[in-house]
Design a binder for this molecule. Structure first.
Ligand code: TXA
Ligand code: MG
Length: 324
């Protein structure tokens, strides 16, 4: 069972876990977050594993200050204005990533944009001490509502994590408002803790919005992640012009002739495989092979999300599907 520690005594244990690539539930002003080092792929994979998410949707990277934010993303003037007006606070900005920012690709599910937020209180202090951004979705298992107390986090995820930092009930109680820069305008992707009207007043213009459907399905469009190469799943053989994405130690027939070869995890560790997935798909795509053959990957644990993402890559569609 997870240990629950008050914010006054949790800093060092939380840091130790994060330094070791483990995850911690932390209070923020909106809801509790399930945090891992955003530069550590194993830590980020553990987040998805603990939440039991059937797919990898992109996570928010939480920063301690503006300098850290500017190292990670490229700010346009409007987004910078909002950051200065509302950070730290319940506002998340989706921005282009700065190349070489060290953010693990599993955080952004391979997108070239990133969602950034500067939280108030313990979370901000923890990130400053760690010196690295924290990836943190809401601390609830997939399909459940976000937790606003440490007790709710422990009741839901306690068997799967080691530490819940107790900062009392979260003051805002619902998730951050998400806004995305689109050319000279900003689009509301998710209503949340800061009213859209407050944001519109700060920038002196209306936010773009989705139609009647309301919230966009951010980052979940298949078109957001479609490699140039075709993708062939459950490959038992490899053609000469195909790249091979392998898993475990039982090779597909003809693997020696693969145009390019990477193994997601030689030991068959799904956590390691998840942390390598996006980078390896991109590398194999860059190899120029016209098809990426992917060996069979089991569906247990993180395997479900890995297979979900691979099947989107194999059958690119451009429909919109809501996130969970
Ligand atoms: O208040 C909050 O925002 C909380 C606390 C813990 O900070 N976090 C939270 O995270 O609600 P999560 O993972 O439950 O929701 C993050 C949302 C998802 O809808 C995701 O699709 C979207 O942010 N998102 C993340 N990166 C994105 C990107 N690059 N483009 C568009 N949407 C993105
Ligand atoms: Mg959530």
């Amino acid at each position: 069972m997870a240990e629950i520690l008050a914010v006054g005594e949790a800093m060092e244990p939380a840091l130790a876990l994060l330094e070791g690539g483990d995850i911690v539930a932390i209070p923020t002003e909106t809801v509790y977050g399930l945090a891992g080092d955003a530069t550590n792929g194993i830590g980020v994979a553990r987040i998805f594993e603990a939440k039991g998410r059937p797919r990898f949707n992109p996570l928010i990277a939480h920063v301690a200050d503006m300098a850290m934010a500017e190292r990670i993303a490229i700010f346009d003037p409007l987004s910078r204005k909002l950051a200065l007006a509302f950070w730290p606070g319940p506002l998340t900005l989706v921005l282009p990533q700065r190349p070489g920012n060290g953010i693990h690709p599993l955080v952004t599910a391979g997108l070239d944009t990133i969602a950034l937020r500067m939280p108030r209180g313990f979370g901000g202090d923890l990130i400053a001490r760690l010196g690295r951004p924290l990836a943190a979705p809401s601390a609830n298992s997939s399909g459940k509502i976000s937790a606003t107390t440490a007790q709710a986090v422990a009741a839901d995820l306690g068997a799967r994590i080691k530490l819940v930092v107790d900062g009392g009930a979260t003051p805002v109680g619902l998730e951050s408002t998400i806004v995305k820069a689109e050319g000279e305008r900003l689009r509301l992707l998710r209503p949340g803790g800061i009213a859209a009207g407050e944001i519109e007043a700060a920038i002196g213009m209306d936010l773009l919005r989705r139609g009647a459907a309301g919230v966009e399905a951010p980052g979940m469009l298949a078109s957001h992640y479609a490699p140039g190469a075709a993708v062939r799943l459950n490959a038992g053989t490899v053609g000469e012009d195909e790249a091979l994405l392998a898993f475990g130690n039982h090779r597909a027939e003809g693997w020696q002739h693969a145009a390019a070869f990477l193994n997601l995890s030689t030991t068959g560790d799904l956590r390691e495989a998840a942390s390598n997935l996006f980078a390896y798909m991109q590398d194999l795509d860059r190899s120029g092979a016209c098809t990426i053959a992917v060996e069979k990957i089991p569906f247990d644990g993180l395997g479900e999300a890995i297979n979900d993402r691979l099947s989107r890559a194999a059958a690119p569609r451009d429909n919109t599907e809501p996130t969970t």
